[in-house]
Design a protein around this ligand. Structure first.
Ligand code: PLP
Ligand code: COI
Length: 361
């Protein structure tokens, strides 16, 4: 199927002056473009009524299913402006495929990959002037999401579903730019369990992370680290990022537990690191291995990665009663090398050797 998309443009577009002010310092997730994309689904009609309309509030009946049972999935991706003015997304079909997997887990209908990509492209084209220039590595953060919109309080999969795409110009996710993020290890809360929703990108996982994130903040840390829920031993991921450990002998390890979100940045770093000659291990990695490896010098760098955070060095790890300092000498040499290789591809400064970039306009 290829979707027909109708377009109704806003009668009050953001002025050039107001837009310039936003793009000069976009922050993260606070400003939104002039339009949004919407398509509806019912069992009878399938996906229908695809449209771009002016950005604005939704009117939802108080009995709308998503408000009660959190049947929803979302994605996070970015559009990058290259030096010649063209605009590109990074592996959009990977986001579409992950949303399809998340949707299956949440008993939501699957939006075909080509329709997901067409929806994202259509919104970017209409709001192209909101894509910042690449100075300071700013980009347009894209947030596709799918929600259960049936007005019904019974607990069963919604018979009306809405998929939308909104977009927001983005600078650095962390205030203060690229500096090591300090981590809080939660010993009380888990993000995901066996048979749960850990591998799905769904709001409930983020809702359940917030109390642990609150604990992290209260303890002066930027982000929370979750361990596996069964043994509270193996490192899973951060609230909104995957993790990597760099060993002195050239190995790089990233947790693989089946209950983490399969990050597209994480998957791309595996390919980049291998092409740089490193051996990448996807495996379980215990909190003891982290502590002992940093102490002995065997682990020389730790970094976090994700669409919003890109590649960010990890600083000290704290928990109730203990602390592990930042790994290595703080030079973050390989972290920076991988970060540069990735953002050079995204911003069109480096060769797209893996065929990851998708031109939008
Ligand atoms: N893990 C979690 C919990 C996330 O929210 C994200 C961000 O999307 C990631 C990992 C990294 O995924 P990606 O690289 O696809 O953005
Ligand atoms: C992303 O990196 O896209 C995320 O979704 C992380 C966070 C903003 C939820």
């Amino acid at each position: 199927m290829s979707m027909e998309i109708s377009t109704t443009l806003t009668e009050s577009p953001t002025s050039d002056a107001a837009l310039a002010e936003v793009l000069a310092d976009p922050g993260f997730g606070v400003h939104f473009t002039d339009h949004m994309f919407t398509v509806e689904w019912t069992p009878e009609k399938g996906w229908h009524d695809a449209r771009i309309t002016p950005y604005g509030p939704l009117t939802l009946d108080p009995a709308t299913a998503v408000l009660h049972y959190a049947q929803e999935t979302f994605e996070g991706m970015k559009a990058y402006r290259h030096a010649d003015g063209s605009v590109w997304t990074f592996r959009p079909e990977a986001n579409a495929e992950r949303m399809a997997r998340s949707s299956v887990r949440l008993a939501l209908p699957v939006l075909p990959v080509e329709d997901f990509v067409a929806a994202v492209d259509a919104l970017i084209k209409v709001d192209e002037r909101w894509v910042p220039d690449s100075e300071g590595e700013k980009s347009l953060y894209i947030r596709p999401f799918m929600i259960a919109t049936e007005r019904f309080l019974g607990v069963r999969p919604s018979q009306h579903v809405t998929f939308m795409v909104i977009a927001s110009p983005a600078g650095s996710y962390f205030k203060g730019g690229i500096k090591p993020v300090s981590l809080w290890l939660t010993t009380e809360y888990s993000r995901a369990g066996r048979g749960g929703m850990g591998a799905a990108k769904t709001g409930g996982n983020y809702a359940s992370s917030l109390v642990a994130q609150q604990e992290a903040t209260a303890n002066g840390c930027d982000q929370v680290v979750f361990l596996d829920s069964e043994e509270a031993t193996y490192v899973e991921e951060l609230g909104g990022m995957n993790m990597y450990f760099v060993f002195a002998d050239g190995r790089i390890a990233t947790p693989a537990t089946g209950t983490i979100l399969e990050g597209i940045t994480r998957a791309s770093i595996i390919k980049i690191a291998e092409s740089l000659g490193y051996t990448v291990e996807e495996r379980r990695l215990s909190i003891d291995e982290w502590r002992d490896g940093v102490t002995s010098g065997e682990i020389k760098e730790i970094f976090a990665c994700g669409t919003a955070a890109v590649v960010t060095p990890v600083g000290a790890l704290k928990w109730d009663g203990g602390e592990v300092p930042q790994a290595g000498d703080g030079s973050s040499e390989l972290t920076n090398k991988i970060r540069s290789a990735l953002v050079d591809i995204q911003f069109g400064r480096g060769e797209d050797a893996f065929g990851w970039m998708h031109q939008v306009c």
